[in-house]
Design a protein around this ligand. Structure first.
Ligand code: NDP
Ligand code: MG
Length: 394
């Protein structure tokens, strides 16, 4: 029996993860589910899969849920504590982390220290402190298997290389991007509305990552995640716009041989692979039909029009606390953009201001506590920068 805990079960990844668990058959069970505040969906999921544990992050929602927890379900603490308890449950074999943002940091660390098999969708902690988290994972013999389609593709391409030897074997990583809704748009992007940014041409995802895809920050975050997951220099990572989203990324080895992972664009495949790794099982994803692929296009991204991408690479090159500051500033800016309180083009402006003010520690002195501190410092700085921009616009 494989017991799976899903942090963020009511989200886009979480819902697909539950489908994958069901698809894997009677030996697989959803042991624990968590939501922030979507009690309606959480209750429906509990009714359908009968987990032993549930957690609700938002305190008001938690109090409401406490009064009507279904029989047989243990409700864990509210807030991050509940996520941490869930991630370290003794009975859990696999922890799938699919919450959004830096809130997933402590639960991920808890899952690592509980030596779990971790299926990781929540990329933000890997951006904030990926190399430290990988060291912790090594120490605690936890396995982190990426869920995101591009890191998953690279993970699959590197299957024949011994962990720790990736840099010696690889000359380039091709990180593909659908390009989001605005890659082909000409003219200024200042007037882009949240509704426009939230309409992704290829993937149906939660609001934060959808906006990140439209600014190309998502690709920058993935580049940092990949650098940390595989200990590769960021200079080896090349972003390619690939609108068909069939080649999910690839690797060029030192001898010139290129391996890429192809499949129809459906997150159910990388989610399931992260659960079943190192095994494979039939998935719910549509099989790829080569005869129906009329063409595969690739182009370089426009770093000038999408400054978030350049900012992420800059933070990756600087290392230390810069990626954590970048991530925090971006979370604040995106939240405000979605709320209609910042323009689309203000997102990189806020991030740039925060990075410019950041006085990064040298890499040697970077600690998990230092990362958490940089995260809260950058949030405050980003809020200040956003307020200044808003005042100027009035
Ligand atoms: P969603 O917004 O769809 O879902 C987020 C989930 O996390 C929901 O269950 C939500 O609960 C919960 N949640 C949100 N905020 C908090 C919080 N503060 N505390 C606790 N729980 C919270 O996001 P996605 O599923 O799209 O993305 C999840 C993660 O996976 C992100 O890090 C994203 O970058 C990554 N990812 C997603 C992909 C996708 O295809 N969607 C692809 C690759 C990576 P509630 O429903 O109650 O709000
Ligand atoms: Mg991705």
């Amino acid at each position: 029996m494989k017991n799976v805990v899903i942090l963020g079960s009511t989200g886009s990844i979480g819902v697909n993860a539950l489908r994958s668990v069901k698809n894997l058959g009677a030996d697989w069970r959803a042991l624990g589910l968590t939501a922030n505040s979507n009690l309606k969906l959480l209750a429906a999921q509990i009714k359908a899969v009968k987990p032993a544990y549930a957690a609700v992050f938002d305190y008001a929602a938690w109090k409401e849920f406490r009064a009507r927890v279904p029989r047989g379900v243990k409700l864990l603490s509210p807030g991050v504590e509940g996520l941490v308890e869930m991630a370290s449950l003794k009975e859990a074999d696999i922890v799938l982390s699919a919450v959004t943002g830096a809130v997933g940091f402590s639960p991920l660390l808890a899952a690592i220290r509980a030596s779990k098999h971790i299926a990781l969708a929540n990329k933000e902690p890997m951006v904030m402190a990926g190399d430290l988290l990988m060291k912790e994972a090594e120490r605690w013999q936890a396995r982190i298997i990426p869920v995101d389609s591009e890191p998953s593709a690279i993970f699959q391409c590197l299957a024949g290389v011994k962990p720790g030897h990736y840099d010696a074997a690889v000359s380039r990583v091709f990180l593909t991007a659908s390009g989001g809704p605005f890659c082909a748009v000409k003219g200024s992007l200042a007037g882009v509305t949240p509704a426009q940014a939230l309409r992704h041409p290829r993937w149906r995802m939660g609001p934060k990552i959808t906006v990140d895809s439209s600014t190309l920050m998502n690709k920058g975050l993935e580049a940092i995640e990949i650098k940390n997951l595989f200990s590769l220099p960021v200079s080896k990572i090349e972003v390619l716009i690939h609108p068909q989203s069939v080649v999910h990324s690839g690797v060029e080895f030192k001898d010139g041989s290129v391996l890429a992972q192809l499949s129809s664009p459906d997150m159910k495949l990388p989610i399931q692979y992260a659960l079943t790794w190192p095994d494979r099982a039939p998935s719910l994803a549509e099989p790829l039909d080569f005869l129906k692929l009329s063409r595969l296009d690739f182009a370089r991204p426009d770093f000038r029009r999408f400054p978030c991408l350049e900012l992420a690479f800059e933070a990756a090159r600087k290392g230390g606390v810069y990626p954590a500051a970048l991530n925090a500033a971006n979370e604040i800016a995106v939240e405000r953009f979605i709320a209609g309180r910042l323009r689309f083009t203000d997102i990189p402006a806020v991030v740039e201001k925060v990075l410019a003010a950041c006085r990064g520690d040298s890499r040697e002195r970077l600690t998990l506590a230092g990362v958490v501190e940089a995260d809260s410092w950058a949030r405050q700085k980003a809020a200040d920068a956003a307020d200044t921009i808003k005042k100027r616009l009035k």
